[in-house]
Design a protein around this ligand. Structure first.
Ligand code: UD1
Ligand code: UDP
Length: 375
């Protein structure tokens, strides 16, 4: 039996790890025994019901074996607490591999704790770069990729980014090993999309017509911690709601806090601000939106996968293929640019898009882990 530890903590990581956990369980079933034992460690970075529990309940995810309950704090303090907690678990469990996902502080903490104990480290979503080092996630990506032994890239471009930084396979039996497996979030979308259509009642609950509204999400530090950016984004969403169609705005807790600290005047009644919704509800909101406006990495891709045009409320993105395909427009955070980008996006017809694999990323990752299990 080969023991691995997967580290999660933030909303998108619950979705990403679900795909790999399922592929590992399926692989064990096929082998007729528990060839790979996965232990799930939740750092507790996200903890509100609708940022955390709802994902585990609704998607029937594996329950975490450990929850560190770290919660919110400054970057240094939050990451340090995570490292301390993860280290204790690693010393107790002695896994053969640690698996980390994406680019959050939970990813960074898991990676550092593992490598300092000389444990094999695998990074899912390796090689992404926004080339903006003022973005906390970019720092996490660069550090985690640098110290990872196994790098699972979602695209050719991601692998090229690693090669450009001198991270490449030296030989068949050497580390680091870099491979393109596709995007686990695409696997998740394919798996849950039909279930979402059957189960979600979100459109009726919000009295929305299919194709009759826009969908927005905002949570990046560059937008929530910069009051001018936040004001301009909210003002743009209000104008769009007033002059065109209602805008459903799923408000991240970080954004809710930031909004409550600024004066933004009267908001349009057609700007429908809601608490974060479940993944299944989000799928349905995304699939039926006219255009999605977002600064989320995951939501940009989901828009394009669901053939909905996207306006990204940032100046750059690490998911560059969504932009080069023409289906995602970078608009930054200034009101007039956002409105102009939306006018353009409304006329886009998104065609099938598969640079992020064929929905088998989870299977490929599980297959490689199986290869590490000696018996
Ligand atoms: C984190 C990740 C980001 C990811 C996002 C997914 C880092 C540096 N950032 O950003 O890459 O895109 O998760 O959503 O790891 N809060 C709550 N309840 C919660 C969680 C957070 O109220 O359950 C509030 C707290 O005020 C907290 C703030 O949100 O201080 C920010 O949370 P944090 O986890 O530090 O970063 P995110 O902005 O969520
Ligand atoms: N998401 C969700 N409910 C919401 C907003 C987002 O389930 O109200 C999902 C979304 O569909 C995607 C993931 O959360 O799968 C993206 O997470 P987030 O935007 O928080 O982080 P990022 O992808 O930017 O790291």
């Amino acid at each position: 039996m080969f023991k691995i530890i997967s580290i999660v903590g933030a909303r998108p990581q619950f979705v990403k790890s679900a795909v790999v956990t399922k592929a590992i369980a399926d692989s064990n079933k096929k082998a007729g025994r528990e060839k790979i034992r996965e232990i799930l460690v939740h750092t507790g970075q996200h903890y509100d019901y609708n940022m955390n529990d709802i994902f585990f309940r609704q998607l029937s995810l594996k329950r975490p074996d450990y929850n560190l309950g770290v919660g919110s704090a400054s970057h240094g303090r939050q990451t340090a607490r995570m490292i301390e907690g993860i280290e204790k678990i690693l010393l107790k469990e002695r896994p053969g591999l640690v698996l980390v996902y994406g680019d959050t502080n939970s990813t960074l903490a898991g990676a550092l704790a593992a490598k300092k104990l000389n444990i094999l480290l695998a990074h899912v979503e390796a090689g992404l770069r926004s080339y903006n080092r003022s973005m906390p996630e970019e720092v996490n990506r660069v550090v985690v990729d640098r110290i990872s032994d196994i790098l699972f890239c979602p695209s050719k471009r991601a692998r090229q980014n690693l090669l450009n930084e001198g991270i490449y396979c030296l030989g068949k039996n050497d580390y680091p090993k870099v491979s393109i497996v596709g995007d686990v979030m695409y696997d998740a979308l394919l798996f849950y999309c039909g279930i979402a259509r059957r189960k979600s009642a979100i459109l009726a609950r919000l009295s929305l017509q299919k194709g009759g509204y826009y969908l927005a999400t905002v949570h990046r530090a560059a937008n929530t911690d910069n009051m001018d950016n936040l004001r301009q984004i909210i003002s743009a969403l209000g104008d769009i709601a007033d002059s065109d169609s209602p805008v459903v705005f799923s408000v991240h807790p970080r954004t809710k806090k930031a909004i409550s600290s600024i004066k933004i005047g009267n908001l349009s009644s057609r700007l429908i601000m809601i608490d974060p919704v479940s993944y299944l509800d989000m799928m349905v909101l995304e699939a039926n939106a006219k255009v999605i406006l977002t600064d989320s990495g995951g939501v940009q891709k989901e828009a394009v996968f669901l053939k909905v045009p996207c306006v990204t409320l940032r100046d750059e993105t690490e998911w560059v293929e969504t932009v080069s395909s023409g289906y995602n427009i970078l608009a930054g955070a200034k009101k007039e640019r956002i409105k102009k980008a939306l006018s353009k996006a409304k006329n886009l017809k998104v065609r099938p898009f598969n640079v992020y694999g064929n929905g088998k990323a989870g299977l490929k990752i599980a297959g490689m882990i199986r290869g590490l299990a000696k018996n």
